[in-house]
Design a protein around this ligand. Structure first.
Ligand code: RUB
Length: 271
C-alpha cells in the first residue's frame, strides 16, 4: 500500500480511538512516522491525542535511537512491570480496574499464568466501552471477571453488606501521563481513586515510565457524538476523555523501575 495512504489510515485510527491506550498509540505513531519521516508527520501525529506524553517521548527519540531500540523498550518495560505486579497480588484478591490498559491487562495475564488466583471487577467505561475489551482479554486468559456500569463503582467496591465477605481489596489503574503531582488516566479514574481512598482500598498505578512528563498535559475533550448522537442543539454536552488523579490517592506506582511511593518515582524520574 502507498505510504501516504497507510500513514493517513493509522492517524485516523489513532484519532478515532480504534488504536487506543498510551502504549499502542505511541507504537503505532512510531510506525506511521517510519513511513513518512518528516517534521510535518511528527506535528500531525502529536496533534492526534493531546493527553499522551509517551507519544511525544517516542517521537522525540527518532533519529537518536533506531526504531528497533525504541520498540524494544515496550516489551522490556512490560516484562519489568509484570515481575513487580505479581509481588502485589495475593491469593483470592479481588482487583478492580477501569478502562483498557495494556500495561494492566498484560500484568494480570502474566500473574494468572504464573500462579496467582485472583478475580477482577471492571467497569464498562463509557462512552467508548473499552472495559469490554479488558473483560474479554482477561476472560480469554482464564481470569474470572465481573463487569459493572461505571456508575456502579461504589457498589462494586463497598465492603459492607457483602454476604461472602469477599470484596475489592486493590485497584489497579493504567496511566496516560505521569506528572509530578499525580497521574492522568481515563475519565472516571479520579472518582474511582477517591472512592477507593475513602474505603481504604490501595490504589496502584501500573505504567511504563516513559509516560512521565515534566510538562503541563492537557485533558483531551472528545466528540460530543460519543455521548449523544444528534442530541438537541440546546443541550450542552461535555466529554472529557481523561481525568487527573492526585498523588494523595495513589498508594504506589509500579513501573519497570520497581514498586514505589509516588514521590519516590517522581524523584527518580527528575534525576
Ligand atoms: C486508555 C486509557 C489507558 C491508558 C494506559 O484511554 O486511559 O488506561 O492509556 O494504557 P483511551 P496502556 O482508550 O482513550 O486511549 O497501559 O495501554 O498504555
Amino acid at each position: 500500500m502507498d505510504a501516504k495512504k497507510r500513514f493517513d489510515e493509522i492517524a485516523e485510527e489513532i484519532k478515532k480511538v480504534k488504536i487506543q491506550g498510551a502504549g499502542n498509540i505511541a507504537k503505532s505513531a512510531l510506525y506511521a512516522y517510519s513511513l513518512i519521516p518528516t517534521k510535518e508527520s511528527i506535528k500531525k501525529l502529536l496533534s492526534l491525542r493531546p493527553t499522551e506524553p509517551m507519544l511525544e517521548k517516542v517521537l522525540s527519540l527518532v533519529g537518536k535511537k533506531s526504531y528497533m531500540e525504541i520498540l524494544s523498550h515496550f516489551d522490556s518495560a512490560q516484562n519489568g512491570i509484570n515481575r513487580y505486579v505479581i509481588k502485589l497480588i495475593k491469593n483470592k484478591d479481588r482487583i478492580f480496574t477501569h478502562c483498557h490498559s495494556t500495561n494492566v491487562v498484560n500484568a494480570l495475564v502474566f500473574a494468572k499464568k504464573s500462579w496467582a488466583k485472583f478475580e477482577v471487577y471492571n467497569t464498562e467505561t463509557r462512552p467508548l466501552f473499552q472495559g469490554r475489551r479488558t473483560a474479554d482479554e482477561l476472560r480469554k486468559a482464564g481470569i474470572k471477571v465481573t463487569m459493572f456500569v461505571d456508575s456502579a463503582s461504589a457498589i462494586a467496591m463497598e465492603k459492607e453488606n457483602r454476604k461472602d465477605k469477599v470484596y475489592v481489596n486493590k485497584v489497579f489503574l493504567g496511566a496516560d501521563a505521569l506528572l509530578h503531582n499525580g497521574i492522568i488516566n481515563k475519565i472516571g479514574s479520579g472518582l474511582i481513586s477517591e472512592l477507593a481512598y475513602s474505603h481504604k482500598i490501595p490504589v496502584y498505578i501500573i505504567a511504563d515510565s516513559w509516560k512521565y512528563s515534566r510538562k503541563k498535559v492537557p485533558i483531551e475533550n472528545r466528540s460530543l457524538n460519543e455521548i449523544w448522537n444528534r442530541a438537541p442543539k440546546d443541550i450542552r454536552i461535555k466529554n472529557p476523555a481523561f481525568e487527573f488523579v492526585p498523588k494523595k490517592y495513589i498508594t504506589g506506582i509500579v513501573t519497570e523501575l520497581g514498586i514505589m511511593k509516588y514521590d519516590k518515582f517522581v524523584k527518580k524520574m527528575r534525576n
